[in-house]
Design a protein around this ligand. Structure first.
Ligand code: DIR
Ligand code: MN
Ligand code: MN
Length: 313
């Protein structure tokens, strides 16, 4: 499977600078070469030329809707285009509002997609349930069809239409869910495997249950939206909203390997790496752990592999 990489240097879905630098830092740490060295066919489409809207506004408490909306449209078109070339998209964020565009673009190309959302947070606040007004905590609310009666109109988001049914979304790794989000999860019956379920059942059962819930026949294109804060903050210190008690590296790698092994992983988002948080060691560790996850998403297994036709010399 060929991988198409796009960088999404974006930070306006939350209030800290720095997530916009993550694509560059991941590339500087040798991302493309690491993938190529393991026989993975990669095309780097570079970074999207995202812009901050000069006269953006706050609607209620929702911040930067025009900037996020314009970015979403550009991201969606790029993801759609790369999928049309039959490549798997590796979308390097950027804060998690990037998923509005990447999922919408995925839907334009493959409308039967299902979503596995790996995150400490549920990111399904509506503009009205959100306490922070940060759009990285809201991406799913704009996409889930069943929520549309709860979504006020926002200037800038006209391009994105609700397109995903709640039954096609499952969560793994939750441990910081706002009241409105918990209510929505229960109201819509969204399968949500929090860290408590990871502890209770183990990661293998949780991944099996999540896939079974969204894709019982095992034939749907998969969108994995991976917020690096799903991993424990001891592994990923350089992220904006760390929460204690997260996934181990091995649990993260297991999720990534299983998703890649389905052969149906179509789009991977990597969100919320922030190289401006923490000291140099924190940043290096965060980048290193993120590169581990990315490589497993792209098919590099821990068990090892050899090229087709290889024989022992
Ligand atoms: C919180 C935090 N639920 C919010 N969300 C974060 O602002 O809506 N998402 N950090 O990644
Ligand atoms: Mn998160
Ligand atoms: Mn997130």
């Amino acid at each position: 499977q060929e991988i198409g990489v796009i960088g999404i240097p974006f930070s306006k879905g939350q209030s800290r600078h720095g997530t916009d630098l993550a694509p560059q830092k991941l590339r500087e740490a040798g991302l493309i070469k690491k993938l190529e060295d393991h026989g993975i066919n990669v095309t780097d489409f570079g970074d999207l030329p995202l812009e901050t809207h000069p006269d953006d506004l706050q609607i209620g408490n929702t911040k930067n809707p025009k900037t996020v909306g314009a970015a979403s449209e550009m991201i969606a078109k790029s993801v759609q285009g790369i999928l049309k070339e039959n490549k798997t998209v590796l979308a390097l964020g950027g804060d998690h509002s990037m998923a509005i565009g990447s999922i919408y673009g995925h839907w334009l190309a493959q409308p039967d997609l299902v979503i596995i959302w790996v995150d400490a947070h549920a990111d399904i606040n509506t503009p009205l349930t959100s306490g922070s007004g940060n759009m990285h905590g809201m991406p799913l609310s704009f996409l889930i069809k069943e929520l549309q009666q709860y979504i006020p109109e926002l200037p800038g988001l006209e391009y994105v239409k609700p397109c995903i049914s709640a039954k096609n979304l499952a969560y793994i790794g939750l441990r910081d869910v706002d009241p409105g989000e918990r209510k929505i999860i229960e109201m819509l019956g969204i399968p949500a495997f929090s860290m408590q379920e990871v502890d209770r059942f183990g990661i293998k059962e949780v991944v099996d249950m999540a896939l079974k819930a969204v894709d019982p026949n095992g034939d749907k294109p998969i969108h994995m939206s991976f917020d690096v804060d799903a991993l424990d903050p001891t592994l990923i210190p350089s992220t904006g909203t760390p929460v204690h008690g997260g996934l181990s590296l091995r649990e993260g790698l297991y999720i990534a390997e299983v998703m890649a092994a389905t052969g149906r992983l179509s789009v991977v988002d990597i969100a919320e790496v922030n190289p401006m948080l923490g000291d140099a060691k924190d940043v290096a560790k965060t980048i290193d752990m993120t590169l581990e996850v990315i490589q497993r998403c792209c098919g590099r297994t821990r068990r090892g592999a050899y090229p087709p036709g290889y024989t022992v010399p």
